[in-house]
Design a protein around this ligand. Structure first.
Ligand code: GTR
Length: 337
């Protein structure tokens, strides 16, 4: 198209737009397109990422393209610590993070970071789907230092230890191993109580640390172990299931406060749906990840109940140190059937 016809078309477009606004066809809000920046440490296709991408499509459809989500996966905007900081200042709007690094910001959330606090994954799911889950999201939102709005929970199964040195078949095999933990003192203390040597480190540094032997191992759920390719550099996976930590979708409070009540309600509604969708995606992915690692020759070690009990007993010092302040909440969690 030559310049003159381009300018002519532009003129027609502007004139049509003006006419439409004057006639009230295009409401003022429709002109304010907003692209919400979302991020996750995991790649496209990972359950948590896919759930947010789907949420973006729904948002776009419901607002005729006025609101949309641009996903920055695979740590493109940094690790979880950086993601939280950017959300707090409104440099991004949506972050999907583990409750692990949220504990130091909103202490009550730490109850979910306590070792063996949940009996199993279905127990954790019931808790986050019920009143305790709602309360914790509300606490996160109300906490002045969080500067975040808690939108919904996401499932992340149970975390288990993997390492490059030896198959861990009993708790004694953990002795002396340098195991990367998420940045939260509870986790370092948990690993130390189990006999290993807990080292706090960002997820973004972990693959290299495993490869170069800075750490001997780490702990995570099957999809993260598989998707992060950690299984290629740490071949022994022992199903310790010592932590069952839900994940959380947060929205920048600075950005949230600038949105209309209607838009906030829409985002809240789609978040709740995302929580359900992610669970189905998670269950499928967990199976696929286990298949992938087994096919790759990974030794997956399970424990008899008697050995599992040793792991549970060993973390008593962690409960002694941190447990008292969450006692009431823990009672309520245990009462969920
Ligand atoms: C994953 C989780 C991430 C991150 C990571 C880690 O399971 O999805 O949000 O917390 O673990 O170990 O840092």
């Amino acid at each position: 198209m030559d310049r003159r016809s381009f300018v002519r078309r532009l003129g027609v477009g502007v004139a049509l737009g003006m006419a439409a606004s004057i006639a009230g066809v295009v409401p003022a809000a429709a002109q304010q397109k907003q692209v919400l920046k979302a991020t996750d440490v995991h790649p496209l296709g990972y359950p948590t990422v896919e759930a947010v991408v789907r949420m973006g499509k729904k948002l776009e459809a419901a607002t005729n393209g006025r609101l949309s989500i641009q996903m920055y996966p695979s740590m493109q905007l940094g690790g979880e610590k950086e993601m939280i900081e950017q959300a707090q200042v409104g440099a991004l709007q949506i972050a999907r993070i583990s409750v692990g690094p949220m504990g130091p910001i909103v202490d009550e959330l730490n109850v979910f970071n306590m070792p063996f606090v949940f009996r199993d994954v279905p127990h954790m799911q019931k808790v986050i789907d019920g009143p305790i889950g709602d309360e914790m999201l509300a606490k996160l939102t109300a906490s002045p230092q969080s500067k975040l709005v808690g939108l919904c929970w996401m499932d992340a199964g149970a975390r288990s230890v993997y390492n490059s040195k030896r198959p861990i078949k009993s708790i004694d095999d953990l002795k002396g191993l340098k195991v990367r933990m998420m940045g939260n003192p509870i986790f370092v203390d948990t690993m130390n109580a189990l006999g290993g040597n807990g080292i706090a480190m960002g997820f973004d540094q972990l693959y290299n640390a495993l490869q170069t032997g800075v750490v001997d191992g780490a702990e995570n759920n099957p999809p993260s172990y598989e998707s992060g390719k950690h299984f290629q550099v740490a071949k022994y996976y022992s199903l310790t299931e010592h932590l069952i930590i839900p994940e959380i979708l947060v929205f920048s409070k600075a950005s949230w406060d600038k949105m209309s009540k209607e838009d906030q309600a829409l985002i809240t509604k789609f978040s709740k749906e995302a929580q359900k969708e992610e669970r189905t995606l998670w269950e499928e992915r967990e199976k696929q990840s286990m298949d992938t690692i087994k096919k790759a020759g990974i030794e997956v070690i399970t424990f008899p109940a008697s050995e599992k009990k040793k792991f549970q007993d060993a973390v008593k010092p962690v409960w002694d140190k941190y447990g008292a302040k969450y006692a009431d909440l823990v009672k309520r969690i245990q009462a969920v059937n």
